[in-house]
Structure formats: structure tokens, C-alpha cells
Write a protein that binds this ligand. Structure first.
Ligand code: DHB
Ligand code: FE
Length: 285
């Protein structure tokens, strides 16, 4: 791959529009919620009641209500609902889902997954530019079932940001497919993926979500992370993230998606490259 020079700088609106498209595809993949009218009515009422309770508690004024209305409209107009919801809400949906799950712990999917990426053999290097900035990292491991048997038909679907913090497919200066791939494991369930260390990620600062974070005096950062979906026929797919010990923002992730079990500590291997082993355990579907 060759480097394409940034001609357009990535904007919140740009990544928001792509994230909205990706969110529609993701919603379709997850399927329609089997919801009764009763459940919809109960949950919708509780959401409205919760908002109304905040208005009463904080004695929200008319100007504040109008400001909030305008801000909510802007989030929609910028296509930032996927970003906003994945940062502030998805971690609780994941927490609830995790109550009934065994095996490797999950974490949020986030807004930047793209399906149908290039497939790779068990030992592989993710698509990179000739002069890809960053530190090389080897992620190696095995996919097994709860009893410890290897799953030779598993796939490790991996995506991450480049050293400048941006994700391919959501920033015009990055080549399509960069640092994304679907890796098939070998007959012993093993894989060895060469990539680069991901970078801490900052929520786009120029859109309405960024404006809220800045105006409220919060910070907009997620710690560096790899995203993974691991799947095998007949097993529950896991969606998770891997983090790096000692990295910035591990303790203050804006998306509240860090779990201790998911923090890795890569060490230089015999060839000098950073290497870390991590195995995935899937439960039967
Ligand atoms: C967001 C971005 C991420 O890379 C992620 O993992 C989770 C959330 C976001 O911008 O909403
Ligand atoms: Fe991410």
C-alpha cells in the first residue's frame, strides 16, 4: 500500500456521516428486536420519565430546554448519534449482555466496525502503507471452546486506528481497508497477526458531541485499543477490545469500556518486535 497524502482533513461531520451508514448496516446485522408493544411502552415511558425527573431535579429553564433541543438536532444533522451512543450508552448495554455470557469478556463495538474486509491466513500482517507510522506489534493466540478444545474454523475480525488516531473508512486521507482484516485461524485454532500499536483515540472535537465534552470540561479520550470480533460456527460471537498496560486514559476512558481482563502487556520478542499472546474462549451458541 502507498501513502495517500491528506487532502481533506477528517472532520466530525465526515466521520459522522460514515458512522451513520455503518450504524445502519450494524443494526441490520444485529437483527430486529423482538419487542412487544408492552415492553416498548414500558421502556419508552421510563426513558421519558427519567428525562422529566432530571428537569424537575435541576429546575431546567426554558432557555436551557431550547439549547438542549438545538444541540440534539445538531447531533442528528451531523450524523453523530452513533458516536454519542457508543461512547456514553453502549457500555451499559454490553454490561447487561455480559451477565449471561461465559468465556472471553466482551467490550463495546463502537462506531467504526466495517464488515466484509479482506480475509487473511493465520499468520498475517494487516494492510499497511509502505511507511506506516507506529510501532510494530504481534498479537498471537488461540481460539478455544469453554472446555479448552481448539476451534479450527474460527475467524478473528480485527480493526483499529492508525498512529494519527483515525480509522480507515472514516477519514478520507487513509486508504480503504487499512489496519482491518478477517484472519482465519489454523487447524489448532491459532493465529499470529502483525499490526501496529493503536493510538489513543479522541472523539471528534469539532462536532456537537465534542462541543458538549469541551463545554462541560470533560476529556474526550479513549485509551489505545484493538477492536476484535471472534466467531466460529455454532458458537456465540464475541465482540471485544484489547488495551495496553501503562497507556494513557486507561483509567478515564470516555466510553467506560476498559475491563482489567482486557489489558495486555506486550514485551519485545526475540526479533525485537513487541509481542503479546492472548487467547479467546467462545461458548456454544
Ligand atoms: C467511539 C470511537 C471508538 O473508536 C470506540 O472504540 C468507541 C466509541 C466514538 O467515537 O464514539
Ligand atoms: Fe475504537
Amino acid at each position: 500500500m502507498t501513502t495517500t497524502k491528506p487532502d481533506v482533513s477528517p472532520t466530525a461531520a465526515g466521520s459522522g456521516a460514515n458512522a451513520s451508514e455503518a450504524a445502519r448496516a450494524s443494526a441490520a446485522r444485529h437483527g430486529q428486536a423482538a419487542s412487544s408493544q408492552e415492553r416498548l411502552s414500558t421502556v419508552a415511558h421510563d426513558v421519558i420519565d427519567a428525562v422529566n425527573a432530571v428537569i424537575r431535579e435541576h429546575k431546567i429553564t426554558y432557555p436551557e430546554f431550547q439549547t438542549a433541543k438545538r444541540w440534539l438536532m445538531e447531533v442528528g444533522e451531523n450524523g453523530e448519534w452513533p458516536l454519542f451512543l457508543d461512547v456514553f450508552v453502549e457500555h451499559v448495554v454490553e454490561e447487561v449482555a455480559a451477565e449471561s455470557q461465559q468465556g472471553t469478556v466482551g467490550s463495546i463495538e463502537g462506531p467504526y466496525y466495517l464488515p466484509d474486509q479482506q480475509h487473511f491466513p493465520p499468520v498475517t500482517t494487516l494492510p499497511m502503507r509502505d511507511d506506516e507510522p507506529g510501532t510494530l506489534l504481534v498479537l498471537a493466540g488461540q481460539v478455544r471452546d469453554l472446555a479448552g478444545a481448539p476451534l479450527p474454523n474460527a475467524e478473528v475480525d480485527i480493526w483499529q486506528n492508525a498512529a494519527d488516531g483515525f480509522y480507515s473508512g472514516f477519514a478520507p486521507h487513509l486508504p480503504e481497508g487499512l489496519l482491518r482484516g478477517v484472519v482465519t485461524v489454523d487447524e489448532d485454532g491459532r493465529f499470529e497477526i502483525t499490526t501496529i500499536l493503536p493510538a489513543p483515540y479522541q472523539i471528534p472535537t469539532d462536532g456537537p458531541t465534542g462541543k458538549l465534552i469541551k463545554t462541560a470540561g470533560w476529556h474526550a479520550w479513549r485509551p489505545a485499543h484493538l477492536h476484535l470480533m471472534v466467531r466460529a460456527e455454532g458458537f456465540r460471537q464475541i465482540t471485544t477490545q484489547l488495551y495496553f498496560a501503562g497507556g494513557e486514559y486507561l483509567d478515564g476512558d470516555v466510553a467506560s469500556a476498559v475491563k482489567d481482563d482486557l489489558v495486555l502487556d506486550p514485551k519485545p520478542g526475540p526479533d525485537g518486535r513487541l509481542r503479546v499472546d492472548y487467547d479467546f474462549v467462545l461458548e456454544r451458541a
